[in-house]
Design a protein around this ligand. Sequence first.
Ligand SMILES: Nc1ncnc2c1ncn2[C@@H]1O[C@H](COP(=O)(O)OP(=O)(O)OP(=O)(O)O)[C@@H](O)[C@H]1O
Ligand code: SF4
Ligand SMILES: [Mg+2]
Length: 364
Amino acid sequence: MIRHDIILETQALQKRFAGRKPFFGEAKVVRAVDGINLKVRRGETLAIVGESGCGKSTLARLLVRLMPPSDGTVVYEGRNIANIAPEEMRHLRRDLQFIFQDPFSSLNPRMTIGALIEEPLRVHKFGTKQDRRVKVAEMLARVGLPASVIDRYPHEFSGGQRQRIGIARALITGPKVVIGDEPVSALDVSIQAQVINILQDLKDDLGLTLVIIAHDLAVVRHMADRVAVMYLGEIVEQGPVADLFANPKHPYTAALIAAIPVAEIGARHAATKLEGDPPNPIDLPTGCRFHPRCQHATQICQTNRPALDGTGPDRWAACHHANTLSLQGYIGSGHSRSPTTQARFDLYRAASAVLPPQDQKTTT
Ligand SMILES: Nc1ncnc2c1ncn2[C@@H]1O[C@H](COP(=O)(O)OP(=O)(O)OP(=O)(O)O)[C@@H](O)[C@H]1O
Ligand code: SF4
Ligand SMILES: [Mg+2]
């Protein structure tokens, strides 16, 4: 069996929130992350996918200790950071960074771009003012922004440019692990590809480990090495991206793949459809949490919770029938993209080095 170098690992990780209190009775508990065991391998891009509300952002924040877990451990480089003291975490913060979905809300509108990108270096007492300026200029160039932006303010930039600023700020400390919580989903499709390509190039150049939360499975297929599929606070399937897309073992994964627009992946529609109520992490179904929506459910699914078991080389699924179901993935070959997706990314890779003039601020 191949031994992977694990940089970040969770064990039985849980995050519970107090739900809204009803008029009568007690407030119920929201089990946003419910017993997750996850290993992130050094240097990989791991995508976490799943419907809205399944706990992706909560897991992302727990991974870099932006919030403490209710239970379980988060081990970074052999050290449990789940309940680490704030001062110790401040030191580790330079290694573990976060890219937010909406860069505008995470950028202080009263700070210039130069000050915003420099700030993490000042916090970590990096070098002299001159050293920091050199680093900021280098980072701006890497994300395709000219040095002249340093005296400008966030509101002067488009969404795509602001996300480049957010990436520069996250990467300036030389982190080892970067978590992107839907880093491109608020952007126009064309700008998405630019920002994704920047992230990919930086990952390769700087040897980063990336964990990407994404809704767009075409983006996931383009970027990720491995995928973890979440449903109601749990990981229900995990595996290498091409294998998992081509040959899903969990009906929920198959339904997510079936929902990808055909043009994006060159696939036929799969028979599996995602129907029924959206997930509610307050009233969790018994047995397999997916059973009320699963067209393959049997008696055991209603009562017994399936474990995340191995289904093949580097493949895991939490389904009682994973080894007997024949589910449809996409029709395509290996890791290659459809011509449409390939063209989209090639086009914007070429464009990504070119900054739109600052006076051509777009609405993206
Ligand atoms: N601070 C909080 N207090 C109470 N409940 C919360 C809190 N943060 C998240 N939740 C709940 O936890 C569940 C998981 O939320 P989370 O934001 O992690 O989901 P998500 O998968 O990121 O969704 P989306 O795709 O919409 O961003 C949701 O039911 C959400 O309402
Ligand atoms: S365990 Fe049963 S209900 Fe759950 S995904 Fe598998 S077949 Fe469907
Ligand atoms: Mg989220």
